[in-house]
Design a protein around this ligand. Structure first.
Ligand code: FDA
Length: 307
C-alpha cells in the first residue's frame, strides 16, 4: 500500500481526479491549513495561542518553467510580508524544486536568495526541505553556498539515507541548523535502509550527534521532526542526561498529526514547532502523508460518508 500511494503521488491523472472530489478535499483539510495565506495565518494564530511555534510551507514542487519558479518565489515574498504584517511569529519552509532546481542551480539559488533577503528583513528563518535522493547533493550545495551570507537558514537531513551520518558530521562542524526527519520518499535499498528498525536506529544515532555538547558548542541546533514517541522519548532522555538546555533544540511535527502530543510537549516546556502547509498544490504532500500511515486512507473514505 505505501509503495502504491507513493507511486500515485506522481500521477497527473490521479492528481486531477482527487482535486475534483469533494470528500478528498474535505479530508485534505485535516493535514493542510487551507488554500490561501489567510487560512494559513489563521491556523498559525490558533497554534501560537496553544504555545506552539510554526513553520509555514506554501505547497508546490517540481515547477517546469522559469515563469512558474519566479511566481513561486514571489509567493514566498508575499507570505513573508503576510507574516510580518500579521504579527505572527513563524519560520518558513521551502522546497528547491518549487523554486526551479530542475531548471538550473544558479537560477534556483538566486530565487532562494531573494527569499532569504526578505526573511532577514522581517527577522524570520528559512528551512530548506530535503526532497528525493536525486536532489540531496545539489540541495546541500545550494544551502552551503548561502551560509556565508545568511545566518537564518537551515537544512533537513533524512535518517533513512546511509549517507546521512557523514552529512551530519560535516553539518555539526559548521554549526548548522538541522531538521532531522526519517525521510518521506521512495528510495532504493542501495541508498536507504529498507527496514524501519534500521531507520529508527539511525534516527536516534543522528539525534544524539545533533544534540551533543560538541555540536552545540559550534552553534548546531537540532530540530527533531517526528511523530514517533520512541524517537521523541530517546531525544528527551538524551537531553535530560546531558543537560541540554530547552532552547538548544526543538521538536517538530506536521500540521494535523498527533495534535495532543504537540500540545503536551509544548506544555512540558519544549519548543514545539508545527509545519503548516497550505495552498492548492496539496496533492503530492497529501499522498505522502497517506503513504506514511495507510490507516489515513480510511480517514479519507470516512469523509465520503459525511455531508
Ligand atoms: P513513523 O512514520 O514511524 O510514524 C510514527 C507514528 O507517528 C505513527 O505510528 C503514527 O502514529 C504517527 N504518524 C506518522 N505519520 C503519520 C501520518 N501521516 N498520519 C497520521 N499519523 C502519522 N521528509 C522529507 O523527506 N523531507 C523533509 O524535508 C521533511 N520535512 C518534515 C518536516 C517535519 C516538521 C516533519 C514532522 C516531517 C518531515 N518529513 C520530511 C516527513 C518525515 O520524513 C516522515 O515521513 C514523517 O514524519 C513520518 O515519520 P515519523 O518520524 O513521524 O515516524
Amino acid at each position: 500500500m505505501p509503495t502504491l500511494l507513493l507511486w500515485l503521488s506522481h500521477s497527473k491523472f490521479f492528481r486531477s481526479l482527487a482535486s475534483r472530489l469533494g470528500f478528498v478535499r474535505r479530508a485534505v483539510l485535516r493535514f493542510v491549513a487551507g488554500e490561501t495565506v489567510d487560512d494559513a495565518i489563521r491556523a498559525i494564530r490558533e497554534l501560537n495561542a496553544q504555545g506552539i511555534q510554526t513553520t509555514l510551507a506554501p505547497l508546490g514542487e517540481n515547477v517546469e518553467n522559469e515563469d512558474d519558479a519566479r511566481r513561486a518565489t514571489d509567493d514566498y515574498l508575499k507570505v513573508l510580508d503576510a507574516i510580518g504584517s500579521s504579527g505572527v511569529k513563524s519560520h518558513v519552509s521551502l522546497k528547491l524544486t518549487a523554486l526551479g532546481l530542475d531548471l538550473g542551480d544558479d537560477f534556483c539559488r538566486e530565487n532562494v536568495k531573494r527569499i532569504l533577503q526578505k526573511a532577514k528583513a522581517i527577522g524570520s528563518f528559512v528551512r530548506i526541505d530535503m526532497e528525493g535522493s536525486d536532489y540531496t547533493d545539489r540541495t546541500l550545495a545550494i544551502y552551503r553556498s548561502l551560509c556565508p551570507e545568511f545566518d537564518d537558514v537551515g537544512i533537513v537531513i533524512q535518517a533513512y539515507l546511509y549517507r546521512s551520518e557523514a552529512d551530519i558530521v560535516a553539518l555539526c562542524n559548521t554549526g548548522a541548523k538541522v531538521r532531522l526527519c526519517k525521510g518521506a520518499y521512495k528510495e532504493p535499498p542501495v541508498l536507504a535502509f529498507p527496514k524501519k528498525a534500521d531507520v529508527d536506529a539511525s534516527y536516534v544515532r543522528l539525534t544524539k550527534m545533533l544534540l551533543s555538547a560538541e555540536a552545540r558548542a559550534k552553534g548546531t541546533r537540532g530540530a527533531i521532526a517526528t511523530h514517533d514517541p520512541k524517537m521523541i522519548d530517546a531525544a528527551k532522555q538524551y537531553a535530560a542526561e546531558r543537560n541540554v538546555p530547552h532552547d538548544e533544540f526543538e521538536f517538530q511535527m506536521l500540521y494535523g498529526i498527533r495534535r495532543e502530543l504537540q500540545r503536551q510537549l509544548a506544555a512540558e516546556g519544549y519548543t514545539m514547532r508545527v509545519y503548516v502547509p497550505y495552498g492548492t498544490e496539496w496533492y503530492p504532500y497529501f499522498m505522502r502523508r497517506l503513504a506514511e500511515r495507510p490507516a489515513n486512507v480510511w480517514f479519507v473514505l470516512s469523509n465520503l460518508l459525511r455531508r
